[in-house]
Design a protein around this ligand. Sequence first.
Ligand code: DC
Length: 216
Amino acid sequence: MTVIAIDGPAGAGKSTVGRAVASELGVGYLDTGAMYRAVTYAVLRRGVDPADLDEAERVGDIARSAQILVDDVDGATHVEVDGVDVTTEIRGRGVTGLVSAVAANSAVRHELVARQRAWVSDRGGAVVEGRDIGSVVFPDADLKLYVTASARVRAERRVAEIGGDIDEVEASIIERDRKDSSRADSPLVEASGATVVDTSGLTIDEVVEQILDLLS
Ligand code: DC
């Protein structure tokens, strides 16, 4: 079973690069961030505030009971929660603003890590993207990558995609990095044995080529 772990901060190009590598290798692609977003959606739909620490147990219960489907369909992540297509909703401001709080909940992480391992083993391998894949979920992955880029470059890419004010976007990227890197449970780190790929001055094709070279 081939497993390629891709970790790194938001907006570094992990998804584009991960999908391209998965397609070159003919294996599946799992966007684990979409799973944390799906749980956040389920929590908000039940009227629970994920940022309220008194609600941590309920948030964990919701993660365990929610039916979550994450799959790559035509090169994009398709997500369903309890049978409802929430592919668009999980990328909205409401979920994006609160997903770090849900991702800091240990019960949620425990449940999602188990589901991620099952997803990959059911498919006989995959390229798996997230924040703790090489450090926690698949520490024995065949290849571990830490894909990064400067906050400014990441902000520029996001603005080119969806618009917005560059300084505001950069500030929100820095804030999310800080939350993801400073949480107690499974913070974003360079996993031991990971190869760092800085995509700042590179095209997607150059990055993919660099990764395929590492595999050959
Ligand atoms: O990759 P993304 O922006 O869709 O991730 C959403 C959030 O989930 C982000 O705040 C980091 C968190 N996350 C995580 O803690 N662990 C993962 N394996 C994937 C994402």
